[in-house]
Design a protein. Structure first.
Ligand SMILES: O=P(O)(O)O[C@H]1O[C@H](CO)[C@@H](O)[C@H]1O
Ligand SMILES: Nc1nc2[nH]cnc2c(=O)[nH]1
Length: 270
């Protein structure tokens, strides 16, 4: 794994002159953030040695290097999900690459169902913590100390300093946001109403099918982490209507403008 990651890193080092300090993983329908990136260099996942490829609608499958207000960034337009059939090492492969590429800060975003009944579709939620309901962990297997420790601490997974930065920025910009706990499941089914009731009793405010594996690896490798969920629908049982991924992507795109403005301004201060 280490050699493969370094092969990918070498390729990127040769391909682009950028050396970003911030990476952004864009969730379903949130790809428009790349419109805020100037002097872009785009690379398709297909071209990158050892990189998986995206198979989900709303996930383009490109690394986008460039600048937001002078700050060099790397945006991942399209992520990998466990339900696509990738194993956890493949799902989290880009995070290993980002870290070895020298990136110290990661912003993870997602489209998620609202489990907190005070939320509504379009709410932006700053992730304060998460619950791993995948039933597995991307760090299972032999540990490579070059990446991180065998037993990573997760007592401050979502970096307090970055949360404060995002909150101050939101207040300055008049952006409305909430805070809460993201629960990640394998999908690809949306939840049953009974599962949603169980997840609420566990402390979930938002439910999705991503983010947790990436964050586990980012924390393990020692990155600073900021997470934002875009609530695209209320979770099953709270919502009256059935879910569809098309509706998820549409709401994410509609809310995307606020999300993009918020992330872009926050990035400038990192
Ligand atoms: O988490 P992201 O990739 O934003 O997408 C969310 O939306 C999709 C379901 O509609 C799932 O992939 C879920 O995880
Ligand atoms: N698991 C899950 N993922 C989502 N992604 C967007 N909405 C939802 C949802 O309600 N549940």
């Amino acid at each position: 794994m280490y050699d493969k990651v370094m092969e990918t890193v070498t390729y990127l080092n040769e391909k682009v002159a950028y050396r970003p300090k911030v990476a952004i993983i864009l969730g379903s329908g949130l790809g428009d953030l790349v419109d805020y990136i100037e002097e872009k260099v785009e690379i398709s996942y297909e071209e990158i040695p050892n990189f998986p490829v995206s198979t989900v609608a709303g996930h383009a499958g490109q690394l986008v290097f460039g600048k937001i207000g002078g700050v060099e960034v790397l945006a991942m337009k399209g992520r990998f999900h466990y339900y696509e059939g990738y194993d956890m090492k493949q799902v989290t492969y880009p995070v290993y690459v980002m870290k070895q590429f020298g990136i110290e800060n990661i912003i993870v975003s997602n489209a998620a169902g609202g489990a907190n009944s005070t939320f509504k579709p379009g709410t932006l939620m700053l992730i304060t913590d998460h619950i791993n309901a995948f039933g597995t962990n991307p760090l299972i297997g032999k540990n490579d100390e070059r990446f991180g420790p065998r037993f990573p601490d997760m007592s401050e997974t979502y970096t307090k300093k970055l949360q404060e930065l995002a909150k101050t920025t939101a207040k300055e910009m008049g952006i409305d946001y909430r805070e809460g706990v993201y629960l990640g499941t394998t999908g690809p089914t949306y939840e049953t109403a009974a599962e949603v009731r169980a997840f609420i009793s566990m402390g979930a405010d938002a439910i999705g099918m991503s983010t947790v594996p990436e964050v586990i690896i980012a924390n393990y490798t020692g990155m600073n982490i900021l997470g934002i969920s875009c609530i695209t629908n209320m979770a099953t049982g709270i919502a009256k209507e059935a879910h569809s991924h098309e509706a998820v992507v549409e709401i994410a795109k509609r809310t995307g403008n606020e999300f993009c403005r918020w992330v872009a301004e926050t990035v400038k201060k990192i």
